[in-house]
Design a protein around this ligand. Structure first.
Ligand code: ATP
Ligand code: MG
Length: 693
């Protein structure tokens, strides 16, 4: 069993595997390390990854990209509406305001959710890893932007579920990068020494993420993050495309915005130009043949011009980088180095901004494209028993303040901040309520989240009744930001307590919770809460880092019985039946792809045999002399006819038709090959053969 890390990028994905010898990046079916985040549909199958991107311009309406930004969002979300403007494929509003992506697949209209499309891409990545590693893949760690909210994180988990992947952790992209950086560093300060602070800047295709991390030997702690979800390499592409559009209108009277195909090609060309400009500051040409109205276009640009055109993007980058200083309370002189990753940090202007803001050269210790996936693979290995790697403790943050609100029973309603912005994560807090009946709590993001709806979830705690004396019961809620960065009420328990001096030997400590698993369990500590009546909930913190003796000091010697209470959760993520039906649908589509592949393979095998045999039968070639002339002419005619058939009605036949024809052909071809072989093994065989015919 292998453990893998997946960088699910907006433009491309990378997969890394943790092995005993270290971390390796896995190449896909095109021997490329990056797999485009692209999913396409045809009358016969799905086309995933590199192949999908390659056919984008000719199959625009059925080639889906940019879906990472649709995960967990509603159709009416202004952010989604903005994205839709760039899509050549159809996106529609579902009854529940969900997003539907309408494509033609198997000759019919089909509507898929962003979770399903993401699952298709994950399926492809899983397959690449399975083929490369020759082992089944199940456990993985997948990266997410640190700004992803509950809704987006749940959507990605659902997608992974549909793809049959078991996600041990959704890991923030910049944290994965920090882990990939820290684990091999030999010179980190001892645990009690002042940490080494490193800033990571990841400027990718559609977003910018910055984080400040403190490193000591064997551990890293994220101090703060700052992000701009609307600022990436594609914004530069878009600004350049707009510029050239204007240029072509004024000089050539060609409006590329009126022609989706032309605009898509323009975007592809300006991206190439942008990359060239990173290495070259002189004037560079852009030429597109047969652009539109059967005309070619050409123009040129130099780096300084690009920097002017994209000034807004650079201002945003600077603002976001300054924000990390503010959020982490670090001064530039407190920072040891600034490490850059992500394709767009190759732009010289971005490196210059880093120097301006942090007063340091941008450092490229890490592989810019692969660091995120490598960090995820490392984390996966640490969480899985399958592979041993060096231990390295990772304490992340969750970027938004979270509030919990509870219902109004007897004037107790209210709300409180459970997690502040940049609070350590994963993390659990125990809250104590006094209730006589079932009750509900809701969680909200209280900050400016990049999401129109701040609602996180509502949890209804059932089976709460008054005590025999008619008093309130003590109910403890465990509110948790879990290993995926998702906020939940992880458990609710009724605490029945008797203070009984006679039974003092029979001491039990209050146990926060028994039903967490895996990593979660490692975060759980023995906590004890105080036995005071108060209106609001009591709040008690628990953190893995100071797991040790915390509970001892606070624990009272009391006899306690804890009863788990059932919780009805209403939060983001697919309903069970939708998830099941998506899993089933995905299975059918995979079967269809497999079938189509087998069909195509069978056709190719026949085609190959036809060419090979005909080639070898021609004058001077290997098999020419091993068949009588009449028979050879007949066979060659037969091969010509088969070739013709393959391009006519034989283009689209069942697998069996091809394999039957191949079998038939082999009964003719193989004996000839056999005669040649015998001849080679036994010189003189040819003479016998000549006499025989
Ligand atoms: P995201 O992190 O936003 O989800 P991603 O991880 O797929 O997306 P990356 O692969 O890090 O993004 O970066 C892709 C972006 O980097 C593209 O916009 C691409 O044009 C840009 N890029 C790649 N190489 C260069 C270069 N040499 N100069 C400028 N930009 C580049
Ligand atoms: Mg990225």
């Amino acid at each position: 069993m292998s453990v893998i890390g997946i960088d699910f990028g907006n433009e491309s994905c990378y997969i890394a595997v943790a092995k005993a010898g270290g971390i390796e990046t896995i190449a896909n079916d095109y021997s490329l390390r990056g797999t485009p985040s692209c999913v396409a549909f045809s009358p016969k199958n799905r086309i995933l990854g590199v192949a999908a991107k390659n056919q984008m311009v000719t199959n625009m309406k059925n080639t889906v990209f940019g879906f990472k930004r649709l995960l967990g969002r509603k159709f009416s979300d202004p952010y989604v509406q903005k994205e839709l403007k760039h899509f050549p494929f159809k996106v529609e509003q579902r009854q529940d305001d969900g997003i539907g992506i309408r494509v033609n697949y198997l000759g019919e209209d089909n509507v898929f959710s962003p979770e399903q499309i993401t699952a298709m891409l994950l399926t492809k990545l899983k397959e690449s890893a399975t083929i490369a590693l020759q082992t089944p893949i199940n456990d993985c760690v997948i990266s997410v932007p640190s700004y992803f909210t509950n809704a987006e994180r749940n959507a990605l988990l659902d997608a992974a579920n549909i793809a049959g992947l078991n996600v041990l952790r959704l890991m923030n992209e910049t944290t994965a990068t920090a882990l990939a950086y820290g684990i091999y560093k030999q010179d980190l300060p001892a645990p009690e020494e002042k940490p080494k602070n490193v800033v990571f800047v990841d400027f990718g295709h559609s977003s910018l993420q910055v984080s400040a991390c403190a490193f000591n030997k064997g551990k890293l702690r994220v101090l703060a993050t700052s992000t701009d979800a609307q600022c990436g390499g594609r914004d530069i592409d878009m600004a350049l495309a707009d510029y050239f559009c204007q240029d072509f209108i004024s000089r050539l009277k060609l409006d590329a915005r009126k022609n989706q195909r032309a605009f898509l090609r323009l975007l592809q060309e300006v991206e190439k130009l942008k990359k060239q400009m990173s290495a070259n500051s002189t004037r560079l040409p852009i030429n597109i043949e047969c652009f539109m109205e059967e005309r070619d276009v050409s123009s040129e640009m130099q780096r300084s011009q690009m920097e002017q055109i994209c000034a807004e993007t650079f201002t945003r980058i600077e603002r976001t980088m300054r924000a990390v200083l503010h959020n982490s309370k670090l001064r530039p002189e407190d920072i040891h180095s600034v490490e850059i990753v992500g394709g767009s940090t190759r732009i010289p202007a971005v490196k210059n901004l880093i120097e301006q803001v942090f007063n340091k050269h941008a450092s490229t210790t890490l592989n810019q494209d692969e660091a995120v996936s490598r960090g995820c693979a490392l984390q996966c290995a640490m969480l899985s028993p399958a592979v041993r790697v060096r231990e390295f403790s990772v304490t992340d943050v969750q970027p938004y303040a979270v509030r919990l609100a509870w219902d109004a029973t007897k004037g107790e309603d209210g709300d409180m901040e459970v997690f502040s912005a940049f609070h350590a994560a994963p993390f659990s807090k125990m809250l104590t309520f006094y209730r006589k009946e079932p009750f509900s709590v809701s969680a909200y993001y209280s900050d400016q989240v990049p999401y129109p709806d701040t609602f996180i979830g509502q949890w209804h705690i059932r089976d709460v009744q008054p005590t025999a004396e008619g008093e309130s019961q003590k109910v403890k809620l465990k509110v948790r930001v879990n290993i995926h960065g998702i906020i939940t009420v992880a458990s609710a328990s009724l605490v029945e307590k008797k203070q009984d001096a006679a039974q003092n030997e029979n001491i039990e400590m209050e146990n926060s919770n028994e039903n967490s698993q895996g990593q979660d369990a490692a975060m759980d500590t023995n906590g004890a809460s105080q036995d005071q009546q108060q209106n609001g909930p009591e709040n008690q913190e628990e953190n893995a880092d100071d797991k040790k003796d915390k509970s001892k000091d606070k624990t009272k010697k009391v006899l306690v019985k804890t009863i788990e209470l059932p919780i009805d959760a209403q939060t983001h993520g697919l309903a069970k039946h939708d998830l099941n039906s998506y899993v089933e649908q995905e299975g059918k589509m995979q079967a269809q792809d497999r079938q189509e592949k087998e069909r195509a393979d069978a056709r190719n095998a026949l085609e190959e045999y036809v060419y090979e045999l005909r080639g070898k039968l021609s004058e001077g070639e290997a098999l020419h002399d091993f068949i009588a002339e009449d028979n050879r002419n007949r066979l060659v005619n037969q091969l010509d006819a088969l070739e013709q058939w393959l391009y006519d009605e034989g283009e689209d036949q069942h697998r069996q038709v091809y394999s039957d024809k191949l079998a038939e052909l082999r009964t003719e071809g193989e004996p000839i090959k056999q005669r040649r072989l015998e001849y080679e093994l036994r010189p003189g065989a040819l003479d016998d053969f000549s006499r025989a015919i």
